[in-house]
Design a protein around this ligand. Structure first.
Ligand code: GLA
Length: 726
């Protein structure tokens, strides 16, 4: 049986056997995670072939060397020989991993094995073109205790002349041969991110991508494949992958004429054309993959644990996400010292730990037409600077956080009047505004340094412990006129790596600083941004019922620990109203925040909020660090139910939401999961919704008899806490 990720974490403390092995007589590399094997070989033509990715194959003697397939006139060998990193050259018609134009016009690239080295959990295989000094290093990394494998590629130009990289992919994942796979992926829009979408993989190609300069709301770089739709939450083989890149990305899901399904991922090759000068290297994004035979639930839990243990900034010393208050929906741009203090005092009363002031505090920012770029404190709104407010917030026992959007500029700003050339543009062409703003060209070193120093100064002069880092529009007219035309397309890569660099330097210079990645909601969420931010803003849509779908999709790829949720006022943006309890319970399934206007709350609201925040603090280690079980999906019926089990198995918490009730039908029985059959659990219901008056019951009861809940009407909700008693 596959162990839950929590048990694996404990196992990771054990001394490790080498996970990467080379079998020289068969020219095979065996990469092994606790439950999976990934096998590569060199064939007679010196090509690297992917031979296997799936459940662990423990017996080396079973493994055969790689073989070249026969030549065909019209059906190329692709699909029978799964080339690990195909260049575009020779008889290859599927999505290539690398496509180049060399200085002499040659557009043929055939990569062959040159050398390799293994070091601990790393494998590097070096490839070279059959004629040109163009090298590609395939990097593989394994992580102790995790079933996740990372692929990344470095392309190196030693030809002595510039070349143009037209497509640079991080790699390709192959599943066992055959038609009939099902693809799961995440799509959406602003206000409706991360919607789980499913469809059969058909012959041809399906492209998931962003051409917008950041990760995007419209699609997220995660996929999962299962065979014939046979996998469920608990059972079945699932192969999944996620690409770490916060710029233009592309996943190509392809079924070849030989019925081989392959998923290629890396930089989006649309408008790519990256000029690689002699001696230069281009690194591709990290492409993560994992396999489980325990269904989609375990596939998600593997990713969640991996993100917490190996990506997030607090990976070495994990600590809980604080309960935060954010002023945006309460005040919008109308912030001032007195108003923020009033909200802070009320937030402190209900147990908030981090108070975040959102947009409107700087420059001439009274609405979204002006001010971006002028990162000085608005003297009318804050005559004493931010110092008084921050001291007040700290005095209430809360940390202080601030909203910034450093990558942007409003044409109506001092910065733009001084440096109109700093905005991304093509000379003499329109500059399309989004939310009345333009994007600063962070690919330029001077702009990058300016942005770094502005934010660094803010952090140095004020006791700010948290930044909400926003990006409120996508790219248009991506010109970079200061560099030669042939180099301008590098903007797509350089912009993003410079955003990463700025954040990395700010964090290094201000230890203890925490950051939330926001892009008008969940527009910048991917594994690479998670290496440098502590949480993400999931969606500007804070309406609790809509959130069930957004959060479900989010959880397929990302840990609830980073999923920020606010309790806000009703009727919400879509006009829907749910109770305050319902809104709290939805928001408590991730990192809890409150974004309501506390000045409008009644004393009953405050009392309920204080109770819910206290409840959240009791369960948050299970929600944030534990194992998530999706019991009922909001996509499938009238009930949504999720369960979180703490890593030590001592606590479990159930959240249940009825969408609407018709014909007085009772809600279905909920079977818990992931508990100890023989363990005894003490039940604490949040309210009176438990049908059976049980107080202590066994894990076997909870998982086999299940719980019946008295839920009725529209948008009813409840939660049950289960603590291990014996
Ligand atoms: C974006 C964010 C919001 C808020 C506003 C402020 O839309 O997603 O949460 O910060 O900007 O302008």
């Amino acid at each position: 049986m596959q162990l839950p990720s929590a048990v694996l974490l404990a196992a990771s403390a054990l001394p490790l056997v080498a996970q990467v092995r080379y079998l020289p007589e068969r020219k095979l590399w065996v990469l092994q995670t606790p439950h999976t094997s990934y096998i590569l070989g060199v064939n007679e033509q010196n090509e690297i072939q992917n031979l296997y990715w799936g459940k662990k194959l423990p017996r080396d003697a079973d493994l055969a060397p790689a073989h070249t397939a026969r030549d065909y006139a019209f059906e190329s060998p692709e699909g029978m020989t799964n080339e690990e990193y195909p260049g575009w050259g020779g008889m290859r018609y599927t999505e290539p991993c690398l496509k180049v134009t060399l200085s002499d016009g040659v557009r043929d690239l055939v990569l062959k094995y040159a050398s390799h080295r293994t070091a601990g959990d790393m494998l590097e295989i070096r490839l070279k073109d059959i004629r040109y000094e163009l090298y590609v290093t395939l990097r593989y990394e394994l992580y102790p205790g995790s079933d996740v494998l990372r692929k990344q590629t470095v392309i190196e130009n030693r030809t002595g002349a510039s070349l143009v990289v037209e497509s640079a992919q991080s790699g390709v994942w192959y599943v066992p041969s055959g038609g009939g796979y099902r693809l799961s992926y995440l799509t959406g829009r602003w206000g409706g991110e991360t919607q789980l979408t499913r469809e059969p993989v058909q012959p041809g190609r399906k492209v998931l991508e962003s051409r917008r300069g950041n990760t995007s709301h419209q699609a997220n770089p995660w996929f999962a494949l299962d065979y014939q739709g046979a996998a469920s939450e608990e059972h079945g083989k699932v192969w999944c992958g996620a690409l770490g890149w916060s710029g233009n990305w592309k996943l190509t899901v392809e079924q070849t004429p030989n019925q081989q399904v392959r998923v290629t991922g890396g930089y989006n090759d649309f408008d790519f054309g990256y000029l690689l000068k002699p001696g230069e290297m281009l690194e591709t994004p990290s492409f993560y993959g994992s396999f489980t035979d325990q269904g989609f639930g375990e596939a998600s839990r593997i990713l969640h644990a991996f993100e917490r243990e190996h990506l997030l900034p607090d990976r070495r010393q994990p600590h809980p996400r604080p309960v935060l208050y954010n002023s945006w929906e309460a005040t919008t741009f109308h912030v001032n010292e007195a108003g923020q203090k009033e909200l802070a005092a009320k937030a402190a009363r209900i147990g908030v730990e981090l108070f975040v002031m959102d947009d409107g505090w700087f420059g001439k920012r009274n609405d979204d037409h002006a001010g971006l770029g002028d990162w000085y404190v608005n003297p009318q709104k804050f005559p004493n600077g931010l110092g008084d407010l921050i001291r007040y917030v700290n005095g209430l026992g809360m940390k202080f956080g601030l909203w910034v959007e450093p990558e942007m500029v409003n044409p109506d700003s001092d910065l733009y009047r001084q440096h109109p050339d700093w905005a991304i543009h093509f000379p003499g062409r329109p500059r399309t505004e989004g939310r009345h703003q333009l994007i600063l060209n962070l690919a330029r070193n001077d702009v990058k340094e300016h942005i770094f120093s502005v934010v660094d100064k803010l952090l140095t002069e004020n006791h700010i412990e948290f930044l909400k880092w926003d990006m409120n529009r996508h790219f248009t007219e991506p010109g970079w006129p200061e560099v030669p035309a042939a180099e301008q397309k590098r903007i797509w890569v350089k912009y993003v790596t410079n955003v990463y660099e700025i954040i990395d330097r700010l964090r290094a210079g201000h230890p203890g600083l925490e950051i939330e990645s926001c892009s008008g909601g969940g527009g910048r969420v991917d594994p690479e941004i998670l290496r440098r931010v502590d949480q993400v803003w999931t969606s500007d849509n804070t309406e609790a019922f809509d959130r069930l779908r957004i959060q479900e999709g989010f959880g397929f790829a990302y840990t609830p620990k980073v999923m920020m949720d606010w309790v806000t006022d009703v009727p919400n943006m879509n006009g829907r109203s749910t109770t305050l309890k319902y809104r709290f319970l939805v928001a408590m399934m991730g990192s809890l925040g409150i974004g309501a206007n506390l000045n409008h709350w009644s004393s009953e609201d405050f009392a309920l909020a204080a109770k819910m925040v206290a409840y959240y603090k009791e369960i948050r280690h299970s929600v944030q660090e534990g194992r998530l079980y999706r019991l009922f999906s909001p996509r499938e019926g009238e009930l949504t139910a999720n369960e979180y089990v703490s890593t030590d198995g001592k606590q479990a918490v159930l959240f249940a939401f009825l969408h609407s009730q018709q014909f007085l039908r009772p809600a279905p029985t909920i079977y818990l999961r992931g508990l100890e059959e023989s363990g005894v659990y003490r039940l604490k219901a949040l309210d009176d919704k438990l049908v059976d008056r049980v107080e202590t019951v066994s894990g076997a009861y909870l998982m086999n008899h299940g719980l019946n809940l008295r839920l009725g009407g529209d948008y009813d909700s409840t939660s049950v806490l289960m603590e291990r008693a014996e």
